[in-house]
Design a protein around this ligand. Structure first.
Ligand code: ZN
Length: 260
């Protein structure tokens, strides 16, 4: 068996040797190999690793050793993203860097499963966003308020979308408020208050998933009302310009956004 295999290899070798010498293919092949080796030698020294996504990723040796394999993969993906955009649109980044004029302000949860650009198939420059735990906006929170103010007064967005989602960890935490400590307890407190105000209604649902979804909906409505009450939002609407403030729930189970 092994002898047959060796014989086959030898026959293949003889066949290609004859082919190369007969048609003078040896020289071009030799030049091609030299060219490939020369190109390889010009590339910087790099190493490869095998990540959880089962793809080989080249890492830049100049990277800080503090950068983990997850973000290293993202850096490599980022290079590919930039290259692909330039390939299809050479002016893409030139135009992108000139200015932004998004029409939508997205107020959503920080949850890794609720990325606005991905779930709406939007491009860079289309969505101005504010994301935090449980997509909350409070009158006393300077961060949220300044982002909304800038979007309304300077960017002149036409729509503010407040987007809650099912199975939200922040909303679930507001129903187990006694377990919370520190800053997250302060941040979640308005949603916990909302839960207490509507406890009979929320608790009328059987499963914890349904309870949290209903509280997410109430929380979105609370945030929409809070935003509509801001002076600069009222002024913008009274000036006659287009400014919608709407609430949505992103269903993780279906991938769909539902209007409230
Ligand atoms: Zn969430």
């Amino acid at each position: 068996m092994f002898a047959t295999f060796l014989e086959m290899l030898y026959q293949l070798y003889s066949y290609f040797s004859t082919l190369l010498s007969k048609y003078y293919l040896g020289i071009p092949l030799y030049l091609f190999i030299v060219f490939v080796l020369f190109r390889k030698a010009q590339q910087p020294i790099s190493f490869y690793y095998y990540n959880s996504h089962k793809s080989s990723t080249k890492m830049d040796p100049s990277l800080s050793p503090d950068i983990g394999s997850n973000f290293s993969r993202m850096l490599q993906a980022n290079k590919l993203f930039a290259e692909n955009r330039l390939r299809t649109s050479p002016d893409y980044f030139k135009k992108l860097s000139a200015s932004q004029s998004p029409k939508v302000l997205w107020i959503g949860c920080s949850d890794s499963r609720a990325s606005p650009e991905i779930l709406t198939n939007s491009d860079l420059g289309e969505i101005f966003s504010l994301r935090n735990v449980a997509n909350s906006v409070n009158d006393s929170d300077h961060n949220s308020k300044s982002i909304i103010q800038y979007a309304v007064n300077n960017l002149l967005v036409e729509e503010i979308c407040v987007v809650g989602h099912t199975n939200c960890g922040g909303v679930l935490a507001s129903m187990r408020f006694d377990d919370l400590t520190g800053d997250i307890r302060d941040w979640i407190h308005p949603i916990h208050k909302l839960y207490l105000e509507n406890k009979d209604y929320i608790e009328s649902f059987e499963s914890i998933e349904d309870k949290s979804t209903e509280l997410s909906k109430l929380n979105v409505k609370r945030v929409v009302a809070t935003i509509n009450d801001f002076d600069f939002v009222k002024s913008a609407k009274e000036s006659g310009r287009t400014l919608f403030v709407n609430g949505f729930i992103f269903e993780l189970e279906t991938g769909l956004l539902n209007t409230l």
